[in-house]
Design a protein around this ligand. Structure first.
Ligand code: ZN
Ligand code: ZN
Length: 391
């Protein structure tokens, strides 16, 4: 019935099954290839497009990390590839009008498939173009930095504001650990942070199920928990760029996306820790400050939400409390991997922090422990206490 729990990541492409939650789930990703040295298998993934035009997108960083090799592999296999490399210099690429406009202007008629080489931003840009043009895209992952590879939203910057556009899932995902383990450590920390955020996200989901009768799929919870387990038990190896541990990390990030793809909601991936992260990010963008990588902020927010669960424990059903991690446990994980653990580390100032605890629940209409604290009239007291503790 839930055979998805018994297959490997690479076998999950095209999954379609009747789930014990009562729904029929399908995953609209045609191919998944993850593992050591899988890049040369790209032409095989592209078989359907043989003889047709390929549009390869990268930036100067990802071109160097994997783009150059990817291009050669495709050309050697006889593909007609147009390669567009967006140069962002030493800065990270910002997916704004300029970058997205360039991407569209370079698109040639008759393009059959887009191959994007990169992580967060290049994936978001390609999936947006794919959604608008109906041209399928494949992502060649260069860093295990976030869980958006298999997600169906594309956050882009329009007129200085971050907007999440509805986008398509990739046709294929290729993750070669030989490439990803060489990613900048800050990006690996970000991926780790995004994964441990699932600890509180799952607790929030359970809370919403218990208190608001929200739909929950146990199969998806199990999928994410198993992947989480492998990551949390290998934190130190991840910091050492151990091949297998990096594979666990990218698997966990992809699997969360798969879980979202299966049920069509982002509950398995995001709870109150993401709301805090978004609150900080919106403030940074509004003030033209570098917003910091998504997963770094999520990682920092996770022990804070864990502590709020603890502060609210008298009001929280046991089943949700059981899923909520302790603050100390999450802090230890962040320390083991060497990731930033305090909001102050990434430039979140005292006032912004305080306001984010008070207003974080407004970021999106989703029930979480923050909303519960608001309902019970405790949010101000919590905000004061946490701010005193952290600043
Ligand atoms: Zn995330
Ligand atoms: Zn289900």
């Amino acid at each position: 019935m839930n055979e998805i729990l018994n297959i490997t990541m690479n076998e999950m492409a095209n999954a379609s099954f009747d789930c014990s939650c009562g729904k029929h789930h399908t995953l609209d990703i045609k191919q998944i290839k993850m593992g050591k040295g899988v890049l040369p298998e790209l032409p095989d993934m592209l078989k359907k497009f043989q003889g047709k035009k390929v549009y390869m997108l990268s930036d100067n960083h990802t071109f160097q990390a994997a783009g150059e090799r990817t291009l050669k592999i495709m050309q050697d296999a006889g593909f007609d590839v147009k390669s567009v490399m967006i140069d962002s210099g030493d800065d990270i690429l910002i997916p704004d009008e300029k970058a997205v406009g360039r991407m569209f202007m370079e698109l040639e008629p008759e393009t059959a498939v887009i191959v994007s080489v990169g992580s967060g931003t290049l994936n978001d840009m390609a999936k947006y173009m794919s959604a608008r043009t109906k041209i399928p895209y494949i992502i060649v992952c260069t860093a295990p930095s976030m869980d958006g590879y298999a997600a169906d939203g594309a956050p882009l910057i329009l007129q200085g504001k971050k907007i999440s556009f509805v986008a398509t899932l990739p046709y294929g995902i290729l993750g070669d650990t030989d490439i990803m383990k060489e990613a900048p450590m800050h990006m690996i920390h970000a991926g780790f942070g995004d994964v441990i955020g699932k600890l509180t996200a799952l607790a929030d989901w359970q809370l919403a199920k218990e208190l608001k009768g929200e739909y929950m799929c146990d199969t998806c919870v199990t999928l994410v928990q198993r992947a989480l387990e492998k990551v949390t038990s290998h934190a130190k190896e991840i910091a050492q760029r151990d091949e297998e541990a990096i594979l666990y990390l990218i698997e966990a990030l992809t699997l969360t996306g798969v879980a979202m793809g299966l049920i069509g909601v982002s509950r398995p991936a995001s709870g109150a820790e993401h709301m805090l992260s978004h609150f900080w990010e919106m403030d940074f963008i509004a003030r033209n400050k570098f917003p910091e990588l998504h997963g770094i902020k999520v990682g920092i927010a996770t022990p804070i939400i864990a502590e709020i669960f603890d502060m609210m424990k008298d009001e929280i059903p046991e089943s949700a409390m059981k899923l909520a991690p302790s603050k100390e446990y999450v802090q230890k994980l962040l320390a083991d991997v060497g990731a930033p653990a305090c909001p102050g580390d990434v430039g979140v100032e005292k006032e912004l922090f305080y306001n984010s605890i008070l207003g974080g629940y407004k970021v999106r209409n989703r029930y979480s422990v923050l909303q519960l604290a608001v309902e019970k009239g405790k949010i101000e007291e919590i905000a004061k206490e946490l701010t005193k503790e952290l600043y």
